[in-house]
Design a binder for this molecule. Structure first.
Ligand SMILES: Cc1ncc(COP(=O)(O)O)c(C=O)c1O
Length: 380
């Protein structure tokens, strides 16, 4: 059975199951990447595993060779629950972040941290405040558990509007969620402005800083909000091995926060014991400067090729520092999804401010060259 057929069949059966179990349906949608537009709702079930994947902000160069070797070596431990390896990696991550292990929550991707946090907001009652568009998983889970989501539009440069967000905090805001660099725009906010914002907001509520793409910035710019955790602020930081390290399919990420916040996350974790391959790959990858700079360099070249095309077309886009670019759809989103998919490419379409926007993940330079050719034919 081909990947596309089995994936579609699984999606359909999950949809059927979802009729009886609303939570099941929502989880499937999360896994398939929650639709971000009407165009995608009509299209979600026909996503095809064989497409050139410019739709999920993955790293086309990963896993690194060190990670691949570590995965192979870990296979012999496949019969053993990874209790020791989990503890070992937690200690390594804690040392890497400059905190003690009780500040670290290990998860099956940073998405699990977002889901648990969103669920907690709902269960405890309250609301979550975030920019929009941004990565919506925390808010999607909060809403599933009946919490309110207050969305604040990005500023004119497609970056977080921190002033507007600060003004929108309400007495029941349980989480202020910031993503820096942001997805779907790749934009960043200045570190000291964001730091001051987080300090002020953390006096009123809990701040969640999603740093999934931080390592796409040059090392001197990779200023994490973990600094605020160390100072005792009410801040949760999530990090992932999915992006710069290219381990998205292995599902491993973590959060850094004060021990009392970490305990709250652990209390709601569904008993996940991470798997041997992911733990081994993460251990081999953490802090691998050579692989990170290799990815950054190739990604920057391919991104420049793509944004040069957008510049030639005189299309607006936010300045991306990561592996994704968002720009207004030059034609109907549904048509663009259909035609790009027919030609073998998967991208995303978002609805924002009553317009449709194309979100294109940066693939290899060759993929971007062929994509630009195809995209230009479609929209010309
Ligand atoms: C901003 C952001 N946070 C978190 C995630 C979740 O990634 P993962 O669960 O693979 O760590 C993503 C995935 O695209 C993302 O874009």
């Amino acid at each position: 059975m081909s990947t596309s057929i089995s994936r579609r069949a699984w999606f359909k059966s999950a949809l059927t199951a979802g009729a009886a179990m609303p939570l099941g349906l929502s989880l499937v949608q999360e896994l398939m990447a929650a639709p971000a537009s009407r165009a995608e709702v009509e299209f979600l079930s026909s996503l095809n595993g064989k497409l050139v994947r410019l739709g999920s902000n993955e790293n086309p160069y990963g896993p690194s060779s060190k990670a691949r070797e570590a995965i192979q070596r870990s296979i012999g431990e496949g019969n053993r629950y990874a209790f020791d390896q989990s503890q070992e990696l937690k200690e390594i991550i804690a040392a890497h972040e400059g905190v003690t292990p009780d500040h670290i929550f290990m998860a099956a991707g940073s998405g699990e941290v977002l889901a648990i946090t969103g669920m907690t907001v709902g269960l405890e009652g309250g609301s979550v405040l975030s920019a929009y568009p941004t990565f919506t998983m925390l808010m999607n889970f909060a809403q599933k558990f009946k919490a309110r989501w207050d969305k604040i539009d990005l500023d004119k440069n497609m970056a977080h509007d921190l002033e507007a967000m600060a003004a929108a905090v309400k007495p029941d805001t349980r989480i202020v969620f910031v993503v820096n660099p942001n997805n779907p725009t790749g934009t960043v906010v200045d570190h000291s402005r964001l730091k001051n914002f987080c300090i002020e907001m953390a006096k009123k509520t809990t701040v969640f800083a999603d740093e999934a793409y931080l390592e796409f910035l040059e090392p001197a710019q990779q200023q994490s909000m973990v600094e605020l955790v160390k100072q005792g602020h009410n801040v949760i930081v999530s990090r992932t091995f999915s992006k710069i390290y290219g381990l998205a399919g292995l599902r491993i990420g973590y959060a850094v926060a004060k021990p009392d916040l970490i305990k709250k996350l652990e209390d709601k974790q569904l008993g996940t014991i991470l798997n041997q391959a992911a733990l081994a790959a993460a251990k081999a990858s953490l802090g691998d400067q050579e692989f990170m700079s290799y990815t950054r360099k190739l990604n920057a070249e391919a991104r420049a090729y793509f944004t040069d095309y957008l510049d030639r077309k005189k299309w607006f886009y936010g300045k991306s520092f990561t592996n994704v670019v968002l720009f207004p759809a030059p034609k109907s989103g549904k048509m663009i999804l259909e035609e790009t998919m027919k030609r073998g490419y998967q991208i995303r379409v978002w609805d924002y401010q009553a317009k449709e926007w194309c979100r294109v993940s940066i693939g290899t330079l060759d993929e971007m060259k062929s994509f630009v050719k195809v995209f230009d034919e479609i929209v010309s």
